[in-house]
Design a protein around this ligand. Structure first.
Ligand code: GCB
Length: 609
């Protein structure tokens, strides 16, 4: 596809996705503007019958201007005879960011609607623009400011932002969010997953102040396979032609002036030399400034290339082995989603201590701060959308939702050097409708980003002692990645699995997305005893022998760094609602298998030096 055609198509795609979605495309690096944090204590009301949303005829209050009763009005009793059946001021509080399940015992298993309210003072300046931003709300969020609806957002792991220019009051404002984490068949993810369905406002919330015409988006990255050329664009908030925009890297005395076209967009394409390339061994980040007439913003950006060539993955032109581990966005030590930089650093440091150069942030977009930390700490990243297991493949709304979540992920993280793979899903069962759905997602990802690898965690099947990978989706993606549970779900005990062979249809780098087995930390027995650390240790040793039979093996992310909570895991002695496949236990103790992987990665590090 020619670059020009690609660009016109991209503008059209973004415009269409914009019009079908209540929020605009995400503003790039909005954190670096002037912001007022809305984190902290929010009052909340648990509303299983959605009493604050529907009247007694089950009609939404917010569909008719004459209806009162919606909790978003945040009313206080003024007359003593007045009937109001809710009261945020006297309702309990919850920490934001933070899921509700881990903050109130009675909400541990709760799935449904919770209303959250925060009051804040504002003094809006005429001529400036204001956006309210939520890092994530799981799953469906209806957002109101001072009783007026701003919009609805679906998807629990990507940011939401709404323009509130002209809607802010001088003085006290009230923001109310109805968050509903009910699982539904047609959503992304669907009804069935293997993780805790943490509801709530799980990431940062803030109000951002921007100039009238602001820098809406930018991409500053190396061109595919070229370590001496920067490509990308700067997009202004308005479609104005002829505006000058400057991009500079002061440390390199590199400076570029570009001009916007009729879409308010200025393409970037320029030679660069003397760059120290980003890599896990040397995660060099440069301060990059992007400035227009009205604004100057800064980002920290690393520069590297990533490609495949035959069976190899080339990072900055050199073959790499991805020494990885999978992770959930969950803190094993302190219930709930990762809430602070400290939590995130702890997880990534555990991976680094195991000699990892790579993490799989499964099975949904993790916090953007996590990705920035990976940039800083030198870990390559596989980023994923929650197209997980059995999605409603034929529902057009479901597809649109998946595509929007993928768009938001790519728009959000496209300047992060650590991210080398966009994953479009996990263990999706073969069928024609699924193939159409996943094929479209793969094409969409490639249209949005031609510089990274596109992948998915596929499934294998077996004939006798042969493990076969021939999923037709393999044609459309760059890596052969699959989950393979020999020694746990099939294939006998760990010592029996080395009898298997592989038959892989594609001549591409193989990066195993999952293998593993449960071990209860501290439970010791012989290596044939399920749930023991010795069983898991033997499984890792033999998996490494088995996988080493694949010539094209270029990496792996075993399942998983730490034990994590899951309602599907019910054994009363060994699980208690924990998936025990972690190499680190719920108390932070390393299990025996941790050291097996650590050792293997040390060898692979030496081999690929
Ligand atoms: C898988 C899934 C992962 C599960 C894991 C397991 O294949 O991708 O989400 O948690 O297996 O433990 O069964």
């Amino acid at each position: 596809m020619s670059k020009k055609y690609c660009w016109i198509l991209l503008v059209t795609v973004l415009a269409i996705s914009n019009s079908t979605h209540a929020q605009q495309n995400l503003i790039q690096n909005i954190q670096s503007r002037k912001i007022l944090s809305l984190n902290g204590k929010w009052n909340y009301i648990v509303d299983p019958y959605e009493n604050g949303y529907y009247d007694y005829r089950h009609e939404p209050f917010d569909q008719s201007a004459s209806k009162t009763g919606g909790f978003y009005d945040d009313r206080q009793q003024k007359e003593k005879s007045e009937l109001i059946e809710y009261d945020f001021d006297h309702s309990p509080t919850i920490n934001v960011p933070g899921d509700w399940n881990s903050q109130a015992e009675k909400l541990e298993f709760y799935e449904g609607t919770v209303w959250l309210r925060r009051q804040f003072n504002a003094s809006p300046v005429d001529g400036n623009r204001y956006y309210i931003y939520f890092g994530a709300a799981n799953y469906e969020a209806h957002v109101y400011l001072n009783g007026k609806k701003l919009g609805v957002h679906k998807g629990g792991f990507t940011p939401l932002q709404y323009e509130v220019t002209g809607k802010l009051k001088v003085g006290v404002n009230s923001v109310v969010v109805k968050v509903d984490n009910t699982r539904r068949q047609d959503e992304i993810p669907t009804i069935n997953t293997d993780w805790w369905n943490y509801g709530g406002l799980t990431r940062d919330v803030f109000l951002a102040e921007l100039p009238k015409q602001f820098i809406a988006d930018y991409q500053v990255q190396l061109a595919k396979g070229n370590t001496q050329r920067i490509e990308g664009f700067v997009q202004l908030s308005d479609s104005v032609a002829g505006r000058k925009v400057n991009i500079s890297i002061p440390e390199l005395k590199w400076n570029l002036e570009v001009t916007t076209d009729q879409f308010g967009r200025a393409p970037i394409g320029s030679k660069i030399s003397k760059l120290s390339l980003w890599s896990p061994e040397s995660p060099k980040l440069y301060t990059v400034t992007v400035s227009s007439n009205e604004e100057k913003i800064q980002d920290k950006i690393g520069f590297r290339t990533i490609e495949t060539s035959g069976n190899n993955i080339l990072l900055n032109g050199k073959s790499v082995f991805l020494r990885g581990i999978s992770l959930h966005d969950e803190n094993p030590l302190l219930a709930g989603r990762l809430r602070s930089e400290g939590d995130m650093r702890m997880m990534l440091q555990w991976a680094k201590d195991m000699n990892c150069n790579y993490v799989r942030l499964a099975h949904y977009p993790h916090n953007e701060e996590m990705v920035s930390l990976a940039d800083e700490m030198g870990l390559l990243v596989w980023a994923e959308v929650p197209v997980y297991w059995t999605i409603s493949w034929t529902n057009p709304g479901t597809y649109k939702n998946a595509e929007q979540q993928l768009t938001d992920l790519i728009v959000r993280d496209k300047n992060r050097a650590s991210v080398i793979v966009w994953s479009i899903g996990n263990e999706t069962p073969l069928s024609e409708p699924r193939h159409v759905f996943m094929g479209k997602l793969a094409e969409h990802a490639r249209l949005l980003d031609q510089t990274r690898l596109i992948a998915a965690a596929l499934e294998v099947h077996r004939e006798g002692k042969t493990i076969i990978l021939n999923d037709p989706l393999g044609e459309k993606i760059d890596l052969v990645s699959f989950n393979e549970y020999a020694g746990w779900y099939w294939g006998g005990t760990p010592k029996e699995i080395t009898a298997y062979q592989f038959n892989i249809k594609y001549n591409k780098p193989v990066v195993i997305t999952e293998f593993g087995g449960d071990a209860l930390g501290g439970f010791h027995a012989d290596e044939d005893t399920r749930w023991s650390e010795e069983y898991q240790e033997a499984l890792y040793k033999n998996q490494i022998i088995l996988l080493s039979k694949i010539d094209a093996l270029r990496g792996m992310t075993p399942w998983i760094l730490t034990d994590f909570r899951s309602p599907r895991r019910q054994h009363p002695i060994y699980q208690n609602f924990w998936n025990r496949k972690g190499l680190i236990s719920e108390t932070g103790k390393k299990k025996k298998a941790y050291y097996v992987l650590q050792d293997y990665y040390k060898q692979m590090e030496a081999k690929y030096k």
